[in-house]
Design a protein. Structure first.
Length: 170
């Protein structure tokens, strides 16, 4: 099962850092790529630099027509929203389909039509919080924690230890 993240509503002046964090979360939790509905080369450069140092084949892409992109996606379409069905209630169905998954996260108020274009509107808790947190929890539950032990085969590696920080370059 492959995972693609679609970031809707990226605002250049406000969301550069947050959109970068959405992309890095998607990457770290083993999505294959993130697609933005607005082109921002600075976000792409930041994520590409992390890939270069830390490994992996994660891609940043841009699309003009997000509706057409969602419509053509061949797999399960999931919109993360606090107004959806509870994550615990639907994650088994989503995971059980063994199909690719498109995860849609909004930056600003998403167009209401997105609620009707997806297979699932999923709430990660019923309280307002960050789309970064929602994405991380959703991807972890989707993959049942298996993404946490993936080897990205990067030149930079963290050496786990109880105290302190140790990073090596291989």
């Amino acid at each position: 099962m492959g995972v693609v993240v679609l970031r809707l509503g990226h605002r250049f002046s406000r969301d550069k850092r947050l959109s970068t964090h959405v992309a890095l979360t998607a990457r770290a939790f083993c999505a294959e790529r993130i697609v933005f509905d607005a082109q921002d080369s600075d976000v792409k450069k930041s994520v590409d630099a992390v890939n270069e140092a830390w490994g992996g084949s994660f891609r940043v892409e841009f699309v003009r027509g997000w509706k057409a992109f969602v419509g053509k996606f061949d797999g399960v379409k999931v919109h993360l929203t606090m107004y959806g069905l509870g994550l615990n209630d639907v994650i088994g169905e989503i995971r059980g389909g063994k199909r690719d998954v498109l995860v849609i996260v909004g930056g600003q108020k998403v167009p209401s039509e997105i609620y009707h274009l997806v297979d699932y509107n999923v709430a990660v808790g019923g309280q307002p919080h960050s789309e970064v947190a929602a994405l991380a929890v959703f991807l972890d539950r989707l993959q049942e924690g298996s993404e946490l032990s993936r080897d990205f085969k990067g030149r930079m590696r963290i050496v786990p230890q109880a105290k302190g920080k140790k990073v090596i370059e291989v």
